[in-house]
Design a protein around this ligand. Structure first.
Ligand SMILES: [Zn+2]
Length: 264
């Protein structure tokens, strides 16, 4: 293996894409997928790649939703692989409101699986991630200093993206989705103003490779042109099913706290 080797593998998860970065022989996982994806990731590393799990040095989790934070705790427990995530990530589902919000979000994940014609799988996972490496804006990933943390609130309060300037790669997680060739916003967006700020921040970035958890690996995208029309649409919910469940997406403790503060 060459000293400067760098490859991004895409693993098809239950309802999302998972990216496994191979950098000079060491592996970095960008999100751990759903609970059931832990086995898929393991099979990819040990089977497809023929590598030991010990080569996976770090898992970065972008936010607490079931299709991002479900698999990592299983792999940590089984193989001792550390997790890096937003330093306040565990506040997202805290308390009884957090429990309820998590139930709703799991239901949304199952809905998405059904819509994609996937077989039913369990999506339950711990509501607390307890990151081994709590991240703040501007932090480098431990052991992978080329990857820099950027916070992108809006979809949750504690979403992060990861930017590798050296290799010109940006992992956007759920900041933007691309479904059937159409760019769209994630659902839900409990903090529209923060989301607009996050998209504006994204618009100023530039990278050859854009990685989307729902949309895959995209090349040579113009971030500003991509974000512009989406910023205009923050606040719109056109999907009737999403509109119906909208009230149930604002139960979480952080959402209540911020909305309370605003109405004061
Ligand atoms: Zn999400």
């Amino acid at each position: 293996m060459s000293e400067r080797s760098f490859t991004i593998h895409e693993i098809e998860g239950y309802i999302e894409s998972i990216f496994l970065v191979e950098s000079e022989g060491r592996l970095l996982l960008l999100d751990g997928g759903c609970r059931g994806d832990a086995a898929r990731i393991e099979a990819f590393i040990t089977g497809t790649m023929g590598r030991p799990m010990a080569d996976l040095k770090l898992m970065a989790v972008s936010h607490m939703h079931p299709d991002h934070a479900g698999g990592a705790p299983i792999l940590r427990q089984k193989f001792g692989i550390p997790i890096a995530a937003h330093h306040r990530v565990d506040d997202w589902y805290r308390g009884w409101r957090g429990w309820l919000q998590n139930q709703v979000d799991r239901r949304l994940a199952r809905f998405s699986a059904r819509r994609n014609g996937k077989k039913r799988e369990r999506v339950a996972y711990p509501r607390k991630l307890t990151p081994d490496y709590p991240l703040r804006d501007g932090d480098q990933l431990p052991g992978f200093p080329e990857w820099v943390t950027m916070t992108f609130p809006g979809h949750t309060s504690f979403d992060i993206g990861l930017f590798n300037k050296t290799r010109s790669v940006f992992y956007a997680a759920d900041l933007i989705l691309c479904i059937n060739g159409k760019f769209m916003l994630p659902f839900p967006i409990p903090f529209p103003e923060e989301m607009k700020g996050s998209l504006t921040r994204f618009a100023k970035l530039n990278a050859e490779t854009l990685l989307l958890a729902h949309g895959g690996k995209l090349k040579n995208m113009d971030f500003a042109r991509l974000a512009g029309p989406l910023i205009e649409r923050v606040g719109e919910v056109s999907n009737p099913m999403f509109r119906r469940i909208l009230p149930f997406t604002t139960i979480g403790p952080e959402i209540k706290r911020k909305h309370r503060k605003k109405s004061r």
